[in-house]
Design a protein around this ligand. Sequence first.
Ligand SMILES: *[C@@H]1O[C@H](CO)[C@@H](O)[C@H](O)[C@H]1NC(C)=O
Ligand SMILES: *[C@@H]1O[C@H](CO)[C@@H](O)[C@H](O)[C@H]1NC(C)=O
Ligand SMILES: *[C@@H]1O[C@H](CO)[C@@H](O)[C@H](O)[C@H]1NC(C)=O
Ligand SMILES: *[C@@H]1O[C@H](CO)[C@@H](O)[C@H](O)[C@H]1NC(C)=O
Ligand SMILES: *[C@@H]1O[C@H](CO)[C@@H](O)[C@H](O)[C@H]1NC(C)=O
Ligand SMILES: *[C@@H]1O[C@H](CO)[C@@H](O)[C@H](O)[C@H]1NC(C)=O
Ligand SMILES: *[C@@H]1O[C@H](CO)[C@@H](O)[C@H](O)[C@H]1NC(C)=O
Ligand SMILES: *[C@@H]1O[C@H](CO)[C@@H](O)[C@H](O)[C@H]1NC(C)=O
Ligand SMILES: *[C@@H]1O[C@H](CO)[C@@H](O)[C@H](O)[C@H]1NC(C)=O
Ligand SMILES: *[C@@H]1O[C@H](CO)[C@@H](O)[C@H](O)[C@H]1NC(C)=O
Ligand SMILES: *[C@@H]1O[C@H](CO)[C@@H](O)[C@H](O)[C@H]1NC(C)=O
Ligand SMILES: *[C@@H]1O[C@H](CO)[C@@H](O)[C@H](O)[C@H]1NC(C)=O
Ligand SMILES: [Cu+2]
Length: 791
Amino acid sequence: MIFTTGSLLLAAQLVAASALPPLGYERKLLKEALASRDVSGISCSDGPAPKASAPKTNVWAPITPNDNRAVWDYLYDPATGLNLTHPDNATASDNYVFWIDTIHSNKSAVLPYIDGDGPLPPKYARVVIFEGGKAEPNSQEYMVGPLPVSNTTTIQPYDYPFNGGSGGSVPFNARYVDSVKTALTEPLMAELMTNVSDITQALFNASYLGSSNENTTLTSTAGTPVSFDGTQQFRNIMFRLPGVASYLTPIDFFLLINCPGTDPSQFSLKGFVTGSQFYETEEALRTAFEAGELAQEFEHDTESGWPIVDYKPELGSRPYDDQFAPTSIELGGKRYAVDAKERYVEYMGWSWYWSESRLYGVTFYDIKFKGERILYELSMQEAMAQYAGNQPKAANTVYHDTYYSLGTDIATLIEGFDVPLGSSCFNISYNELNGTTINQDAMCIFETDSGYPLSRHRYGGGNTSYPFTSLGVVKGSALTTRTIATVGNYDYMFDVSMHVDASIEITVRASGYLQSSFYYPDQGRFGPRIQQATQGSLHDHIINYKADFDVLGTSNSLQVSELVTVNVTQPWFPELGSFPQMEMNTSMMSTEQQWNWAPNNNAMYVVLNQNETNAWGEPRGYRLVPGRSDIHLTILDSPWSLKNSEFAKSHLAVTKQHDTEPYSNSWQNINLPSKPQHDFSKFFNDESIEQEDLVVWFNLGMHHYTRSEDIPVTLFTEAASSIVFAPQNFFDRAQDGDLKNRRWIVVDQSTEEGALEYEDYGVALPQCMVAPTEPVLEVSPTVNYEFEAEL
Ligand SMILES: *[C@@H]1O[C@H](CO)[C@@H](O)[C@H](O)[C@H]1NC(C)=O
Ligand SMILES: *[C@@H]1O[C@H](CO)[C@@H](O)[C@H](O)[C@H]1NC(C)=O
Ligand SMILES: *[C@@H]1O[C@H](CO)[C@@H](O)[C@H](O)[C@H]1NC(C)=O
Ligand SMILES: *[C@@H]1O[C@H](CO)[C@@H](O)[C@H](O)[C@H]1NC(C)=O
Ligand SMILES: *[C@@H]1O[C@H](CO)[C@@H](O)[C@H](O)[C@H]1NC(C)=O
Ligand SMILES: *[C@@H]1O[C@H](CO)[C@@H](O)[C@H](O)[C@H]1NC(C)=O
Ligand SMILES: *[C@@H]1O[C@H](CO)[C@@H](O)[C@H](O)[C@H]1NC(C)=O
Ligand SMILES: *[C@@H]1O[C@H](CO)[C@@H](O)[C@H](O)[C@H]1NC(C)=O
Ligand SMILES: *[C@@H]1O[C@H](CO)[C@@H](O)[C@H](O)[C@H]1NC(C)=O
Ligand SMILES: *[C@@H]1O[C@H](CO)[C@@H](O)[C@H](O)[C@H]1NC(C)=O
Ligand SMILES: *[C@@H]1O[C@H](CO)[C@@H](O)[C@H](O)[C@H]1NC(C)=O
Ligand SMILES: *[C@@H]1O[C@H](CO)[C@@H](O)[C@H](O)[C@H]1NC(C)=O
Ligand SMILES: [Cu+2]
């Protein structure tokens, strides 16, 4: 059977393609495949989603490309007095724009607009200017608006979202290490490594002579943090064999330098590390080398192609694997409607808006079910990773991926593989200088079968007083919005799924290359050997999210129902005397706090509105249901993640919503562990959270216990984490009764032939999936099957 020819063609082409395609290759294939798609009535899933019409303008939308260009020109107009240099020509001692994004709109300005006839809130650009030209060089964030640029537009420091004491300002030593700063450190690095190239050549048959030297045979990498409090800057540089998978072929050689400020003459060597020894000078290293103390026992296999994600025939073959694997297809056509212009979706009672940004990727707003608001905002806030190891790179590495503008790394999804055939895909854009870069088809929306029925029950049987067997079963389906951000080595897959029973599931998965270590036989405590000369480095992933609940308005409380064991006596069990039973100890959390899931899940957490009750008088709410791998950071007092990563240190947190607290982290916080620009723990100042506007912050993630199956890349099946928000007395009953995708079957067993009633509510398997040239598939669910056995 042929479903969507173009997609299958695309799939086949991609499987055939080996190695890493040049940038834009998938996009080209996708275009060609879509253009050649045979749409002659073969597939029910052809055709775009029906058009929805958003009730309001999307107030969270990213600033437009025109606004970006106008802001750029406005900033670069000498009249502003910003004294900016174009980035192409900038040195560390110049002022230049680093990036432009969109300012988070104040909720206090948005609600009157979306819920009433308040004015459309003004739009502002978020601008980062690297100000090396100042007497005290720094990086400063600004808000520029209102937009579009007019004579009322102003530029003001964007200070209010950051609580560390310096607002939107970050000291020069802690700002993002861009190509300008890297260029300053490169000469020292090249000279130091050239001076020891005879040693690296002898030990590793490779050397680093400078990034652009034709004879350089090593790549270098240095992570974050590069500073503790902005008064110093260092780089702990690891060297690797080059290639597509250089992350997996590090060598046992590290260069540590100090490089504070803008003046390279102040930069210096801190030392070299190899064989788990620290050499403060070239001389010390050379002495050890000449004494024969630096022999290398293991060597990377650079020949056999093991690190590449292509077909590996040496693993054998599996029966039937030459057939196309089962796939999810929207046979009856799409069951959701989209307003692409306003970034608005409607699905089975749900509605929401989305936006996108350079820092946070795709974010969700005004999530309603059957017209009632559940969440005002749902957004990923930070993707963090912290490593461990007895070598300077692993021991030092903490990543906050907003630092790398995670939203710019969200690229084209491959239909049929990354997302089901026929998914609705949308471009994701970001601003770069005065232009806007489009990542085509980088966010996809698709509905899938849940893989299990939503609900079912079979009742009766036998020839008794109820001589029938009845069975009701409801189909489970969900609409998922998916993006994948490839931030350097890792591919993070972000899913938000709206289920038809009014629950929301948020899932993050990780694949891609491990940041690995050279293999040290005596250091299995940091992970196993996973290749000839590679050790998988132990690390944590913590993905922080913001869930601004508005359960029927902004007056919400957080109810805790703890399971407790109590001794009871019951007069009808005199023989037991006192015996233990469980019951719920229910209370409202009174103040803002960070807390963890209860051991054995012995507590239920519900965000509810005490003033809104269902038909049974119960307060209407949404429960936080733990999913898979709900963890927090293991180390709570590491010098590398001391006070800049407080968001990662508990499973959950709840705060009162403030316009001045839109983010849990700051994207440049990573380089300020002991003097944070923004300290999440300061959110918790004992404000009351009873019938207030609440924000729940939660972490997903994984303790990455590395394994040889992380070669070539980590597998999404295991590296996954999730949470569910499920209605808890929000309705009067389950939200499955009104779904017609169900069957109701009754067999009358009082008669010999077992007369059958089979109700499909008019929703049958469509016939149009069959290609005209293929034999017609006989499926007609409304006929009376002979039911002989029990159902
Ligand atoms: C960079 O500087 C050169 C020399 O001053 C100048 O000609 C050029 O226009 C500048 N480039 C940009 C993008 O401003
Ligand atoms: C403007 O910036 C340059 C560096 O790009 C600096 O040398 C100069 O002093 C600055 N001018 C003023 C007026 O601040
Ligand atoms: C948001 O609210 C804060 C606090 O009232 C205010 O300082 C800021 O200017 C507002 N931001 C925008 C974008 O309107
Ligand atoms: C701003 O521009 C508008 C129209 O473009 C004009 O009417 C108004 O006088 C201007 N205001 C100022 C302060 O220049
Ligand atoms: C590199 O070696 C040369 C020659 O020995 C020496 O003069 C120079 O100081 C060394 N460079 C560094 C950065 O140590
Ligand atoms: C050393 O590396 C070169 C390429 O840089 C390679 O041609 C040569 O075979 C290598 N030697 C050994 C002994 O591996
Ligand atoms: C690279 O090595 C070759 C062969 O040793 C040499 O001729 C050439 O000058 C080297 N290039 C550089 C930039 O050092
Ligand atoms: C962006 O700036 C460059 C100069 O740096 C200019 O050549 C180009 O036309 C500008 N693009 C737009 C869309 O304004
Ligand atoms: C998506 O991006 C492609 C390529 O840049 C462009 O041709 C297309 O018009 C964009 N689609 C929308 C809906 O903007
Ligand atoms: C229940 O009674 C048992 C036996 O007297 C006692 O050990 C236990 O502590 C009691 N548990 C509670 C929760 O009171
Ligand atoms: C919520 O309920 C309390 C007590 O029943 C009442 O005092 C309060 O006015 C109500 N608030 C709202 C916003 O309805
Ligand atoms: C149930 O009872 C009816 C009437 O007594 C009988 O005809 C029938 O065969 C029985 N059915 C089964 C499944 O035993
Ligand atoms: Cu990992």
